[in-house]
Design a protein around this ligand. Structure first.
Ligand code: SF4
Ligand code: SF4
Length: 127
């Protein structure tokens, strides 16, 4: 008898056993986006800037390791604008901010093929 035949005879029953077993096991993956995922409280998602707290010091832009913050004029103030296509979500910007004007959010669905949609402009947290 050929060696390959002997090998197949040995492994096929165990493979069938694995297949049958997997039919009755819980899936190891989540059916996202059909099923919502739970997001941890300290998740580093899309940035939220409170323009009223910001004093336009520019420390966030200075310390951002990715050059992802552009200080931009909004009325009478210079405020940070976050460029998500460069951001690595390290949150050094929030660490550097002396006014706690930058906070995290649980927003993680940011993928886009349009560059203009990857820009976070100042807004109030509850907007
Ligand atoms: S999270 Fe990090 S990379 Fe993104 S803007 Fe802030 S400092 Fe820059
Ligand atoms: S570090 Fe804080 S206060 Fe300074 S510009 Fe950035 S957000 Fe505004």
């Amino acid at each position: 008898m050929h060696l390959w035949y002997k090998t197949l005879k040995k492994i096929i029953p165990s493979m069938i056993g694995q297949v049958v077993k997997s039919l009755f096991e819980k899936p190891n993956t989540r059916r996202y986006p059909m099923v919502a995922v739970s997001i941890p409280e300290d998740f580093r998602g899309k940035q939220v800037l409170d323009p009223e707290r910001c004093i336009s010091c520019g420390l966030c832009a200075r310390d951002c390791p990715s050059g992802a913050i552009k200080m931009t004029e909004f009325g009478t103030k210079m405020l940070p604008v976050f460029l998500l296509d460069r951001c690595v979500f390290c949150y050094q910007c929030a660490e550097s901010c002396p006014r706690n004007a930058i906070t995290t959010s649980k927003v993680f669905e940011m993928a886009s093929t349009k560059k203009e949609e990857l820009v976070v402009t100042p807004q109030k947290k509850n907007e």
